[in-house]
Ligand binder design. Structure first.
Ligand code: 13P
Ligand code: SF4
Length: 371
């Protein structure tokens, strides 16, 4: 198995980790099987679709961001939830579970580069400028890929949260309550969804936090229907319209399906787009012999190719579009998390401060109430 990351200082508590000298990769999997069975009444493992196969094989529940948030909220009697995903997902799970339950992220460095593109201090500055630039009501929606402090911001400002599978519903929810939408951090999900809903590109502006006033005038804010934050997923920027042209030229029977974090030109040129679970569902339901070029993270694409040998499933990109932060969660860190629970000394606990959680929950509850 590809081993990109050696994480000697992997947990912040400096507790002993499981080195390769102690256990080989194969032995880690054997130990994991045993300990998971031993702790089955205490621990539930959640796994996002982008996790590597050896991690997914230990997940009790797999899903996209929305499904995993909903599932976490249902795990009332489980003291430990090990979240195999990235930091913002574990934070969301922590806020949706009780204070007696512990949410554990096997590698604390498993973050999301897109989530890091919107900082609370920049959002506060932008909000001040935007609300003083127009008399119209702006409703803020954050993509769930963000820190809890940003979820708290939308919670406190009549806004809400969306994932890639409910973005259209949540944007409609916002536009039913205000005149304008502020959407962060992913400009592409915002633009792709708003365009699909009939909002023209000329009515959308991009606020770049690295520029004075986002690079916009007060008049541009006042005239816009949608203000998009200058954020993006570097993994999904690896897909291009040229790749679609090339793959269709080689095999016109290929259906191109991409994640809506891809840019506008790519989603427009693709045959279809949707969240990770939407992509899985489409491929599952397709008849044998169907052919798909998929524009999303490589672990998911490879898994689908193995699961459906009667269909042709390839990555849209000739390069490996790997989410390196998702990939930080390795089976040996999962084993370290289990062992620490067994020793009654759990590590890598995600704990969102109470005041931030309270404000964020207002926004999360608004989202979960929308069916
Ligand atoms: P999904 O909600 O579609 O699983 O997406 C999460 C994500 O981070 C995609 O990059
Ligand atoms: Fe973040 Fe992109 Fe990785 Fe998703 S694929 S977790 S948006 S960096």
């Amino acid at each position: 198995m590809l081993d990109l990351f050696d994480s000697p200082e992997q947990n912040e508590d400096n507790l002993p980790l499981i080195s390769e000298a102690e256990l080989s990769d194969a032995e880690v999997l054997v130990e994991l099987k045993k300990i998971k069975e031993e702790l089955k009444d205490k621990v539930v493992v959640l796994g996002h679709h982008y996790q590597q196969d050896d991690v997914i094989s230990f997940a009790d529940i797999t899903g996209d961001s929305l499904q995993l948030a909903r599932e976490a909220a249902k795990l009332k009697d489980i003291p430990y939830i090990i979240f195999c995903g990235v930091h913002f997902m574990a934070e969301t799970a922590d806020m949706l579970t009780s204070s007696s339950q512990k949410v554990i992220l096997p590698d604390l460095r498993a973050g999301c580069s897109m989530a890091d593109m919107a900082k609370r201090i920049d959002i506060d500055r932008a909000w001040k400028f935007m609300t003083s630039s127009t008399k119209e009501k702006i409703i803020p929606i954050t993509y769930i890929n963000c820190a809890a402090t940003l979820k708290a911001f939308v919670g406190d400002n009549e806004g809400s949260i969306c994932t890639s599978s409910n973005a259209e519903k949540m944007i409609q929810w916002a536009l039913d309550r205000g005149d304008k939408l502020l959407f962060f951090p992913d400009q592409h999900l915002g633009r792709n969804t708003c365009f699909k809903m009939g909002i023209e590109l000329k009515d959308m502006v991009v606020y770049n936090p690295n520029m004075l006033n986002g690079g916009l005038t007060a008049e541009q804010i006042d005239l816009a229907k949608v203000i998009l934050w200058y954020g993006f997923c570097s993994v999904h920027q690896g897909f291009t319209p040229e790749q679609i042209t090339a793959i269709k030229k080689k095999d016109p029977a290929m259906t191109v399906i991409v994640h809506p974090e891809c840019n506008f030109e790519v989603t427009q040129a693709a045959d279809d787009n949707g969240s990770t679970s939407y992509i899985i569902d489409k491929i599952e339901r397709a008849p044998a012999g169907s052919k798909f070029a998929v524009g999303t993270e490589i672990n998911l694409v490879n898994r689908l190719a193995h699961q459906f040998p009667d269909k042709t499933i390839v990555s849209l990109s000739p390069y490996q579009c790997l989410c390196t932060t998702m990939y930080r969660v390795r089976p040996r860190w999962l084993l370290a998390s289990f062992r620490a629970i067994k020793e009654n000394n759990p590590i890598n606990i995600i704990n969102v401060p109470e005041d931030i959680a309270r404000s964020s929950l207002k926004a999360l509850d608004r989202m979960l109430a929308v069916k």
